[in-house]
Design a protein around this ligand. Structure first.
Ligand code: GLY
Length: 552
């Protein structure tokens, strides 16, 4: 009996030690000031959700090219107290006056600048409403406290970095078109390193959002000022559009891979569905035992097949019926796997359907863990660098160009080369399809929280991260690993300059793959791991970016 009692006590101690909260909090984000904003709020008694509000708001100020209060995103939350996973959908929606042909000219051709530049390109922003929802439903602190650091940075300014300069150079011509966007330039030129970008109007708007819990952004004077600025510049927003905006809580997409639960973004993101399809296909192989060329071949074939389904089926779940159960079913993946030749590439032309290609310079991601065991993965966007380039002069809000994520005309590629089907056609009040893939991967011992910007390449970057995490690698290793990408069409394996050895490149070509080396690296992954058994927390920020990962 004493022996049984002893064993029971041991078991309780063991379970207790495994289930205790993390020894440290951790934040990885794309900007050191945003990571610090999150810690400031944690140190003032906030939880991971308050920190998520602080980091999102700070990124909106210090990374104006990536995300913002005039944009949207997906916040994947895990609440430890009731073991709840939920996705906060703060994606932009098409204005009421939007219609499927709004970016076509008289000849029915897509006029790309209309869906990318200026206020006509902007969906109704979801970020202010999402931050208020997260603070109100999941946080502990008032928004005035959690948005404090962002308000400070908007008023006092932040320093221009090399990455800022690259992004501003890329969108300089569009920023010059809209007078208020001069905020982001100096004398119409890209500002020098160290120059301080101050945004006093945005500071006032953020203060108003914080005080009113985002009510003022969607109703009243601030909303009226925003709509007036948009309409004066040729946009189609109305007050009703802002009043109608609703944040949606969605059940994340779930899958399994090698004993790990994978929890990721649900539609209107294509990320979770494509990830689960690819992981289900790859579950049938022992990837760790394979030569690099064979391993890459099988991963590429999984990517090819998941991306083929993406464009055909996925869109806003409130507008389209999607075969989600089928696309995430291991038996469906087994059928796809059966058609993969172990040593020969399948030409994409042999597969039915259609889709695209892209590179990503926009969007941002952060990952947070608090010492209660709550965690957040959030990927936020204003789409193209500096969004639409249109800054509302009365409010200081830079507007997104997320409308370009719709298929302006089925079959015609968007700014990232993505082609879509009817499921992602423009309709008023609809959310455009996204690739943003904030993700959790976990078993009883280890939890990874990850994500990245990078347009349609987001999903394959997260896939490569998951595969490495599943093989026991630490976040530093899986975040810095060289990347490759295939998205069905164009039928090419894109890869970072150093991704493959000459031998692997040759072997892949002999299998029938067409390879294309990028001049530059891509992505800006921010991830963390909580090793419950080892009682360790590690965070990592992509060495390709300028971010900061801190565990303390
Ligand atoms: N705008 C990038 C995405 O949503 O995937």
């Amino acid at each position: 009996m004493a022996r049984v009692r002893f064993l029971f006590v041991l078991l309780v101690l063991f379970v207790g030690s495994v289930q205790a909260g993390p020894p440290k909090a951790a934040i990885a984000s794309a900007h050191p000031l945003a990571t610090e904003a999150g810690f400031e709020v944690l140190e003032r008694g906030g939880n991971a959700f308050d920190a998520a509000v602080a980091v999102s708001a700070a990124l909106a100020v210090v990374e104006p090219y990536s995300s913002g209060i005039g944009g949207g995103g997906f916040w994947l939350l895990h609440r430890a107290s009731d073991d709840r996973d939920v996705m906060i959908d703060g994606r932009e929606v098409a204005p009421l006056a939007a219609h499927r042909d709004m970016y076509l000219d008289d000849k029915g051709e897509v006029v790309r600048t209309r869906s990318m530049d200026g206020p006509l390109a902007a969906g109704i922003p979801g970020e202010p409403a999402a931050l208020a929802h997260i603070a109100g439903q999941y946080g502990r602190l008032p928004m005035e406290m959690s948005m404090g650091p962002a308000i400070r940075h908007a008023g006092q300014g932040f320093e221009v970095t090399p990455h800022y300069r690259r992004m501003a150079r890329f969108r300089r011509d569009v920023l010059r078109e809209f007078p208020a966007a001069a905020t982001f330039l100096t004398d119409d030129e890209v500002p020098p390193l160290g120059y301080r970008i101050r945004q006093p109007e945005l500071a006032r708007t953020l203060t108003s959002i914080a005080k009113s819990e985002a009510e003022s952004f969607y109703r009243g004077e601030l909303a009226a000022a925003l709509v007036a600025d948009v309409r004066e510049a040729g946009g189609i927003w109305t007050l009703e559009d802002l009043e109608n905006y609703r944040v949606i809580e969605r059940a994340p997409i779930r899958g399994r891979y090698r004993g790990l639960d994978v929890i990721s973004a649900a539609p209107p993101s294509s990320g979770g569905v494509a990830l689960v399809t690819m992981l289900n296909i790859l579950s049938g192989y022992d990837l760790s035992g394979l030569q690099p060329a064979r391993r890459t071949h099988l991963i590429v074939e999984a990517m090819r097949r998941a991306y083929r389904d993406r464009a055909e089926y996925l869109g806003d779940p409130d507008f389209v019926e999607m075969p989600l159960a089928r696309l995430t079913d291991p038996d469906y993946a087994a059928g796809l796997r059966a058609a993969i030749h172990p040593e020969k590439a399948t030409p994409s032309a042999m597969l039915p359907g259609f889709t695209h290609a892209s590179t990503g310079r926009d969007t941002t991601h952060f990952s947070i863990l608090d010492t209660d065991g709550n965690y957040v993965a959030a990927t936020l966007s204003i789409n193209y660098p500096f969004g639409s380039g249109f800054l509302s002069k009365r409010t200081g809000v830079l507007l997104n160009d997320e409308m370009d994520d719709f298929s302006a005309k089925p079959g015609v590629p968007n700014a990232y080369g993505l082609v879509g089907a009817e499921a992602n056609a423009i309709a008023s009040g609809k959310r455009p399809l996204s690739s943003m893939s904030p993700t959790f991967v976990r078993n009883a011992d280890r939890i990874a929280v990850l994500g990245t910007p990078g347009g349609s390449r987001i999903i394959t970057m997260v896939l490569l991260g998951i595969l490495e995490f599943a093989e026991g690698k630490d976040p530093e290793a899986w975040i810095s690993r060289p990347r490759f990408h295939h998205q069905y069409l164009p039928d090419r394996v894109f890869h970072e300059p150093e991704a493959f050895s000459t031998t692997t490149l040759q072997a892949l070509e002999e299998m029938g793959h067409t390879l294309e080396a990028s001049e530059r690296t891509w992505g800006n992954m921010q991830g963390l791991v909580w090793d419950r058994r080892g009682k360790r927390v590690e965070a990592a920020s992509d060495p390709r970016g300028e971010g900061a990962a801190v565990a303390r």
